[in-house]
Write a new protein. Structure first.
Length: 117
């Protein structure tokens, strides 16, 4: 089982980044997919979730209207498009999979996003 995030980096305030998460080793289409983030000294927090077929999405209040989450079940990929980035968005972003049927879950290793001028 693997969840491999990519796309993180350094971006100026107001900029955009697109995170990707490549899944393998499990039934991706049976999993709700989420992005979490953890800033230094803070607890990990849920950023966005997308349902198994992509019909439903939810976002943390802090990112609503700026971030979008999407998935491609044919490629076993999930994405987080982040626009209008703010310094407070700086964190390690993690991909998370939760099987809707058996409740198994998986974490990626994380990708660093730094928003700074």
């Amino acid at each position: 089982v693997q969840l491999v995030e990519s796309g993180g980096g350094l971006v100026q305030p107001g900029g955009s980044l697109r995170l990707s998460c490549a899944a393998s080793g499990f039934t991706f289409s049976s999993c709700h997919m989420s992005w979490y983030r953890q800033a230094p000294g803070k607890e990990r927090e849920l950023v966005a979730t997308i349902s198994t077929a992509g019909a439903s999405t939810n976002f943390a209040a802090s990112v609503k209207g700026r971030f979008t989450i999407s998935r491609d079940n044919s490629k076993n990929m999930v994405y987080l498009q982040m626009n209008s980035l703010r310094p407070e968005d700086t964190a390690v972003y993690y991909c998370y999979a939760l099987n809707a049927w058996n409740k198994y879950y998986y974490w990626g290793q994380g990708t660093q996003v730094t928003v700074s001028s």
